[in-house]
Design a protein around this ligand. Structure first.
Ligand code: ADP
Length: 432
């Protein structure tokens, strides 16, 4: 139900098409049953008989098309409903020729079903529902007008009284139904526009946050590193270290907040390309090596030699994989006091083959009851040993959501005081 130029929404459209395909399937079977049953009963007009079997065919084809080609939702619905309307009118016309109770009953009852067609049009069609509904209504109105007004009803039938009832439905219920549907569609369109404007505002803000704040921050981080080379010991050294930590934390928080919020936006897309994963793993490890050295931790990165050639050409989104690794490795360093941190990449033999990225540390570990909670946004565990470790509580939430978007899953094994192992399993698309 999206009048007023509502832009298409692929996910919702796909769901709507799938749902409508099922409904059409049910209608097709129902119409087939009606055709068989009514054909046996013999109380309907020949047109009724053809209508039922034709409608069954039309809806079976519509069901198939909607299932296989969900993007054709609008066209398939419009055509199926258009044919339905023609058959309604045809049945009506035929019924009017039978000057008996059956004919008049059929005439009167047909009109009641038209609102169902209007509702279906407004629910399923992304545009043109109002035009189609008013068009169908005009057709019904014209036909009834002709039947009652020009041709006239058979005199003295006990069913003449029905005409006023039918006219009341036609003149008041039908337009009221279409107008109400149009009103709901307009409201929904407005709501959707307001929603997308708010979303655009949020995206502009995020773009500003990521560009206008992170760019100077990168410059600051670079200058702090230069400063650190000049300053040797003393209170200046401690000040530079504090500055460096604070700037790095700010950078990480901004990255997590921007990515976490951006994940909800309809414009969020994966940018897959063929990448050298071995080089990416090295790059991430090198980026965090200075931090590991400052903390006195050993940082290793390993790629299984047998998989190296394969992993040098895999199809992945490098920015998102880098962010997953940076978050996991950053956490491993943050929550490890002594020992080592290892970043591993390997292939998990299939079928299908999958990619396994692991971050293993000898850190403080995580209590078993907290293992699922840590992936929730803004959840941070208290531990006096790492009181100074700052964080937004979004790092693992971003990892989990990004991994899911990449078609994979993340798991964690941890033993208190001994360390943790985070594993991200992703689909492996190798380009040999
Ligand atoms: P934060 O910004 O607090 O690091 P995360 O979402 O990345 O947020 O992590 C949530 C919590 O999970 C952390 O506060 C920490 O208590 C725990 N955690 C994450 N990684 C590790 C790890 N490698 N070792 C121990 N605890 C961890």
């Amino acid at each position: 139900m999206a009048e007023g130029g509502t832009p298409p929404r692929p996910d919702t459209d796909l769901l709507a098409a799938r749902l409508l395909a099922r409904v059409c399937g049910v209608v097709a079977v129902g119409a087939l049953f009606a055709w068989y049953h009514d054909g046996q009963a013999g109380w309907n007009t020949p047109w009724d008989r053809y209508a039922a079997i034709t409608m069954s065919g039309v809806y079976a084809v519509a069901s198939l098309l909607l299932w296989r080609r969900p993007l054709w939702l609008n066209t398939v619905t419009a055509v199926a409903l258009g044919i339905t309307a023609v058959f309604f009118l045809g049945t009506l016309h035929e019924a009017a020729r039978i000057e008996s109770a059956v004919g008049l009953y059929s005439m009167a009852s047909n009109a009641q079903f038209m609102p169902l067609v209007y509702v279906t049009a407004f629910v399923a069609m992304r545009s043109g529902a109002a035009l189609l509904s008013w068009g169908m209504y005009a057709g019904v109105l014209a036909l009834y007008g002709w039947l009652y007004g020009v041709r006239g009803l058979p005199p003295d039938t006990p069913f003449r009284a029905m005409s006023s009832h039918v006219w009341a439905v036609l003149l008041f219920v039908h337009p009221a139904c279409i107008l109400a549907l149009q009103y709901i569609a307009t409201l929904k369109g407005r709501l959707h526009r307001a929603e997308s404007e708010a979303q655009q505002g949020k995206e502009r803000f995020l773009a500003m946050l990521s560009h206008e704040i992170r760019t100077p921050l990168q410059a600051m981080l670079g200058s702090i590193e230069l400063l650190a080379l000049k300053v040797q010991g003393g209170p200046e050294q401690r000040a530079v270290d504090r500055l460096r930590r604070a700037a790095a934390q700010l950078d990480t928080h901004l990255r997590d907040v921007t990515e976490y919020t951006r994940l909800d936006s309809p414009g969020w897309r994966l940018h897959n390309e063929v990448i050298d994963l071995v080089a990416l793993v090295e790059e991430v490890a090198e980026q965090l090596r200075p931090q590991a050295e400052r903390q006195g931790l050993a940082l290793h990165h390993r790629v299984a030699p047998a998989d190296e050639a394969l992993l040098r050409q895999v199809e992945l989104d490098p920015t998102r994989v880098r962010q997953i690794l940076l978050n996991l490795l950053g956490n491993a360093l943050k929550y490890t006091l002594t020992g080592e941190v290892i970043l591993k990449a390997s292939r998990l033999a299939g079928p299908p083959d999958r990619l396994c990225l692991e971050v293993i540390d000898t850190g403080i570990g995580i209590p078993p009851e907290e293992l699922t909670r840590i992936f929730e946004p803004y959840i941070r565990l208290e531990d006096e040993r790492v009181q100074r470790a700052s964080g937004s509580g979004l790092g693992l939430a971003v990892v989990q959501r990004l991994t899911a978007r990449l078609g994979g899953e993340v798991s964690v094994h941890s033993t208190l005081d001994l360390g943790s192992r985070f594993a991200v399993i992703l689909p492996l698309v190798a380009r040999q």
